[in-house]
Ligand binder design. Sequence first.
Ligand SMILES: Nc1nc2c(ncn2[C@@H]2O[C@H](COP(=O)(O)OP(=O)(O)OP(=O)(O)O)[C@@H](O)[C@H]2O)c(=O)[nH]1
Ligand SMILES: [Mg+2]
Length: 854
Amino acid sequence: MPSKKKPDSIHQEDDEDCLFAVEYDGPPLPYDIPRAVPINMDRIPVAAVVSPVCISASMSFPVIQPILSKQVSREKMVSPTSVIEHVVSSDSAAVSPTEEEEVSGELEETARGLAFCDSLEKESLDNESVLSMDYPSSRVTGDCVSETGNKKQQVVTFLGIASDDDDQEDGNNDCNPQKRTRVLPVKKQPQTKGKKGSCYRCFKGNRFTEKEVCLVCDAKYCSSCVLRAMGSMPEGRKCVTCIGCPIDESKRGSLGKCSRMLKRLLNDLEVKQIMKTERFCEANQLPAEYVYVNGQPLYPEELVALQTCANPPKKLKPGDYWYDKVSGLWGKEGEKPYQIISPHLNVGGPISAEASNGNTQVFINGREITKVELRMLQLAGVQCAGNPHFWVNEDGSYQEEGQKNTKGYIWGKAGTKLLCAVLSLPVPSKSISNASGDQLHSANSRSILDHLEHRTLQKILLVGNSGSGTSTIFKQAKILYKDIPFLEDERENIKVIIQTNVYGYLGMLLEGRERFEEEALSVMSSPANEEGDAKSNIKTLYSIGPRLKAFSDWLLKTMAAGNLGVIFPAASREYAPLVEELWRDAAIQATYKRRSELGLLPSVASYFLERAVDVLTPDYEPSDLDILYAEGVTSSSGLACLDFSFPQTAAEENLDPSDHLDSLLRYQLIRVPSRGLGENCKWIDMFEDVGMVVFAVSMSDYDQVSEDGTNKMLLARKLFESIITHPIFEHMDFLLILNKYDLLEEKVERVPLTRCEWFQDFNPVVSRHRSNNNNGNPTLGQLAFHYMAVQFKRFYSSLTGKKLFVSSSKSLDPNSVDASLKLAMEVLKWSEERANICMSEYSMYSTEPSSFSN
Ligand SMILES: Nc1nc2c(ncn2[C@@H]2O[C@H](COP(=O)(O)OP(=O)(O)OP(=O)(O)O)[C@@H](O)[C@H]2O)c(=O)[nH]1
Ligand SMILES: [Mg+2]
């Protein structure tokens, strides 16, 4: 794994203050600063940035110029291609390169953490309670209750429950007739240990020295000692004295993944052999008794059955799992399902109603389902009123308790699978349907799949109020990162949407024209005119000729009757010339000039109206740019999901794949408009497993009001507040995208930022040369952007105590979106490393006495 560093473009000063990087795009400056100028915004209050020349009397801040010249250094430049602003949290800064290196060989499993449960003695429930699930007797598999009594009893208390993601709370193993005892994997301690960071054998080196780690006791050896300390490695990377001992479970994920050091020291064949034996030797296999299924520890043969079935659980580790044997749904105890494995395996005890800790009063095969599953069922059209109990088979067919008829197939619709992907719910894998054939999958291919499917997928939630630009950012990401961003039939649908939109835009203009004409007439008309019949002959700037007027009247009437969809776009070709003629007409152009008074007319209207004749022809094929600009392209729910990787750069193409893992990392961008989150964001916890949240705000909204008269910037702040303070995002990093920078720049020259009450103290003292930007001073747009960023940053910090990453964006510009999403990637990587370090230091297998409850 390449050594990690903080996001390239995130800068850190010694005092760990936050820095902003401001793109400077103007002419040469009188002093020597790079084009991208880092500015410490915590140190430099807005007013200081606002005016290098003159500062508002009420704010006695230092002027920017001395600070700039002191702080600017070329190493701290960000890419000048975009205006990126970011804030570095001081706790994050604690991640030193040394610590990063220490954990660089550690695995994601370690990173995600194996945590302690202090009290794991689980209350047992009567077996009757399991049977009381109204499970149809024909469906009760033989492994259910009768088997329970035969289960072996453990003699040692098992404290640690390995979890991929988090600490697991104490749960109830309801099926167990007696209190269970658990086996505790005890971590072996290294025999020797030198000073911190040094090699455990020669005691030389420091935290920066590259080292190989023993999978059992965590002893670390430098390249001169590793071969002596580990010998011929008959069980892989273990000290000679650790051979035969079970591995530290937190390192299971690294089995078979060779380090760069070994690759250097050994030849290919040796490396291959060692990695193979490391993966498959007996001592390194997962002990069956560490895995609990439906409250019961597994026998070795059960574990084998589980691991060798057609569709085995991914990343199986010590811990508690629940398993619905009928549908194959599988999850960690107390959590929603995360996989559908092969059904009907005779492993573990009977499932408990509380297995996944659901509280919906809706049941699937005897298990009370979780809120997110209920939401999925509702969106998939499954009738869930009246607290039904469903029986669901492995193919997704379902029926209600007491009824014979299959009511439908849960995963039948394509949309449901997408929905499940977005909600991180499993869907049946293809191998379930052809399970009969290949029962045995090699552990090898599975581990590769695990690696690809889990290790590298990071979810990014993109959310924002209506009009903030989330769908534009989403489409831009599709265009940037997908070889075929839009399929043929998608394009065909989008074409119809665009053509209909064009008439919609024209309709808005025509309505506006009528209104403006009326107003002009009423101003112009004198009492004398009113008396006569001359009023109709008066021409105003907004008047159009009779032919166009007739078309206009007809079009508006058709639209008012809701018939637009019926007539267009079939009749487009016929009307295209009239549309164009209208658009070019002086009256419509005059109306367009007053578009800010037309409320709903979007800024992209002119892009399509300019090309009305092309766009309205039947053989029009929308370009990617057209699709980017088109409104209404995303689904009606607004929920959309995109899996992507950042393309390799030219430099990376010549490197060894292990050296450019970034382009192998997979991301999932989930776009949810605010309406998709429901009232008071009640559905937000469906996104609990995302890695970070990107929140988009339209900067040009500062003077806009919603239908109920509330300022749209305040509405954005309200949504932002609900999301950042939501408990599921407590430890999550946030990236704020301040979008529509281009519109802000233009608007702020006309409309004061103070139009929004939250921005009352924006009081820039404008330099004489500011507007033509020829003396290196920031533009008013830049100042406004910085001011808003600081407002959001302070707001965020006051509510969460954390620091916010901020990026400005013009989402119609691909480079800008690319830069923002790359910043998101860096933040994700960085927070993952932070977790790695925490976890390696506070592993569940730590021998700290306080970590044990008994
Ligand atoms: N000029 C400019 N227009 C933008 C920018 N980002 C988005 N827009 C336009 O703003 C409008 C709204 O953007 P969307 O991406 O649809 O916003 P949204 O968040 O999806 O909002 P809804 O569609 O209402 O859910 C569209 O017409 C976009 O083309 C930008 O950076 N600059
Ligand atoms: Mg949209």
